[in-house]
Design a binder for this molecule. Structure first.
Ligand SMILES: Nc1ncnc2c1ncn2[C@@H]1O[C@H](COP(=O)(O)OP(=O)(O)OP(=O)(O)O)[C@@H](O)[C@H]1O
Length: 234
């Protein structure tokens, strides 16, 4: 049966450490993400947001409970299966994580190189097109050190979206930006994601951007404590 959810989590628990120092970080998480939906996750520092994001992203192994991505169970998945899952996901982090020795285009193109059936010419032209979409057409050959914070974050958005992922995971993408630039960056993410029917799960402490969400969820001490649905302008 085809699932309407891109992510489907039930009774998920997670622990760090072993034996006596083992401590539980996530408790009984139940939550879904629909195709094309923008979900914002908030909550105090240390409440487990990044841990949950990395589990959903196939960047760490599920220990207890169920986490399905596109209907595929990630609990007990092999490394190979996790690598395949990651191809459907774009990642955007606070510190943009661009490679300094590659130009804007090369940084974007790198993420297409995971997709082996794309020729170099095609990868290059797709990369230039998406840099165009984030209004960096005149910065294609610039290195990250010659770009502003907002421009770097736009390259990171282009890199995350160039392969048309089903889901983008963003961890505080506006943290290093002033409020206007931060706003522009998330508006752009929202626009591109809606065009591509790509879901976004974004961790943020930035109250000024909450209105771009279809849904807001809140973490506290490892629990998902609150969910606000159907915002008026979501
Ligand atoms: N690799 C690790 N080993 C042990 N404990 C960890 C590890 N990673 C995170 N933790 C602990 O797990 C808890 C949740 O951390 P997490 O980074 O998920 O929180 P967060 O809500 O994303 O915080 P922040 O908003 O500060 O980024 C914290 O108490 C943290 O110290």
């Amino acid at each position: 049966m085809k699932t309407k959810f891109i992510v489907n989590i039930s009774d998920l628990n997670h622990y760090f450490g072993e034996k006596k120092v083992r401590s539980q970080i996530l408790f009984d998480i139940n939550f879904n993400i629909k195709f094309g939906e923008i979900v914002i996750m908030t909550g105090p520092s240390g409440s487990g947001k990044t841990t949950l994001l990395t589990l959903i992203g196939g960047l760490r192994s599920v220990q207890e409970g169920s986490l399905q991505f596109l209907g595929q169970e990630l609990s007990g998945a092999s490394n190979e299966q996790l690598v395949k899952v990651r191809r459907h996901i774009g990642y955007i982090f606070q510190a943009h994580n661009l490679l300094d020795f590659l130009t804007a285009r090369q940084n974007v193109q790198m993420s297409l190189e995971l997709h082996k059936n794309i020729s170099e010419w095609e990868a290059r032209s797709k990369s230039e097109a998406i840099l165009n979409a984030v209004k960096l057409e005149n910065r294609v050959n610039y290195y990250p050190s010659d770009l502003s914070g907002g421009q770097k974050q736009r390259v990171a958005i282009a890199r995350a979206l160039v392969s048309h992922p089903k889901l983008v995971l963003a961890d505080e993408p506006t943290a290093a930006l002033d409020s206007k630039t931060g706003r522009d960056v998330v508006t752009l993410m929202q626009k591109l994601a809606k065009e591509q029917n790509c879901a976004i799960l974004m961790v943020t402490h930035d109250n000024r951007i909450l209105d771009i969400a279809d849904r807001i969820i809140q973490m506290e001490d490892g629990y998902l404590v609150k969910e606000v649905c159907h915002l008026p302008n979501g």
